[in-house]
Ligand binder design. Structure first.
Ligand SMILES: Cc1cc2nc3c(=O)[nH]c(=O)nc-3n(C[C@H](O)[C@H](O)[C@H](O)COP(=O)(O)OP(=O)(O)OC[C@H]3O[C@@H](n4cnc5c(N)ncnc54)[C@H](O)[C@@H]3O)c2cc1C
Length: 268
């Protein structure tokens, strides 16, 4: 029988105190469903006051306990077509999106994450409390397990001051499957010239990759004729869900090329 106990912190200070006592944050609980804890304690984040979502001209601020649905609807209301809102609306199913939290998703970072690609592409930052306290780039947090130890994510901040054209692609055999990879392409135009560009792939070996060499190649060019090849993706993909790694790597290169050529772009 499970010996898990629950605690119900009512503020960030109380949460910080809880984390000292072998207590893990509980966001939506959808990750815990796959790996049910048998001991220790769980801190229910719903009363901490970290579930709000605020969008201004300059930034998107998402509380660590905000659900995908809450974050997607608040962001889409203020910034229709924003890459974060589109990616969140595309994840899982409506019932799951009502439970999955942004903080839980970044802490768990499954290969099928819908949040990591957009947040890394936007150079987002997050704030953690607990054994380590501070604000870090999302890309640093997900690459450094120590930052996730005995900490809780209280807020994520992404820049919203720039006018990106964005492309989002999520590859899953059926919509309800876990996606095998995601692609984010952001381009900023100056007339017909691409003044800046960000390309992020997730789900690959190494978990995520920013394609900086390709970004450098197309900055300053007009609509690029560049064709992204499997070699540009570095280590590529392992075999997964009945697809060979070679096929997934080829498909991801095609998805990025399509994004760069302007397919299905939205303003972000
Ligand atoms: C059928 C199905 C399909 C799915 N499809 C997608 C998809 O397409 N895209 C996608 O992005 N996700 C998808 N998910 C969700 C994903 O697999 C995880 O379940 C989810 O990201 C976990 O978030 P949570 O809020 O439920 O975390 P929880 O289950 O509450 O916690 C997961 C882990 O994160 C920690 N944690 C929770 N909150 C915080 C916090 N604020 N700070 C620090 N640590 C925290 C916990 O201690 C735990 O270790 C799917 C899930 C299911 C069941």
């Amino acid at each position: 029988m499970s010996k898990v106990t629950w605690v119900y912190p009512k503020s960030v200070d109380e949460l910080t105190e809880c984390l000292k006592n072998d207590t893990r944050p509980h966001g939506g609980g959808t990750g815990f469903m796959r790996n049910v804890p048998q001991s220790g304690s769980l801190a229910d984040l719903s009363g901490v006051g970290i579930a709000s979502v605020r969008v201004t001209d300059g930034s998107v601020r998402i509380g660590g306990a905000a659900t995908f649905t809450a974050a997607a609807s608040a962001i889409a209301a203020a910034r229709p077509g924003h890459i974060v809102a589109r990616a969140l609306y595309d994840a899982a199913s409506p019932a799951l999106r009502n439970r999955i939290t942004i903080g839980g998703s970044l802490a768990l970072f499954p290969p099928w994450s819908s949040v990591v690609g957009p947040l890394v592409a936007l150079d987002a930052e997050l704030t953690i409390v607990g054994a380590t306290t501070g604000t870090y780039p999302v890309s640093e947090y997900i690459g450094n397990r120590e930052l996730g130890a005995e900490t809780a994510i209280t807020e994520i901040r992404a820049d919203a001051s720039r006018e990106w054209e964005s492309h989002w692609y999520r590859f899953a055999p059926t919509h309800f499957n876990y996606p095998l990879f995601t692609v984010v392409v952001l381009t900023e135009l100056d007339g017909t010239s691409i003044s800046d560009c960000r390309i992020v792939l997730t789900g690959n070996r190494g978990r995520f990759k920013r394609l900086e060499a390709v970004e450098n190649e197309i900055r300053g060019t007009s609509q690029p004729a560049v064709e992204v090849t499997p070699a540009d993706l570095g280590a590529g993909f392992p075999d997964r869900q009945g697809f060979s790694g070679e096929y997934l790597t080829h498909l991801a290169a095609v998805a990025i090329t399509r994004g760069l050529r302007g397919a299905e772009r939205n303003a972000t």
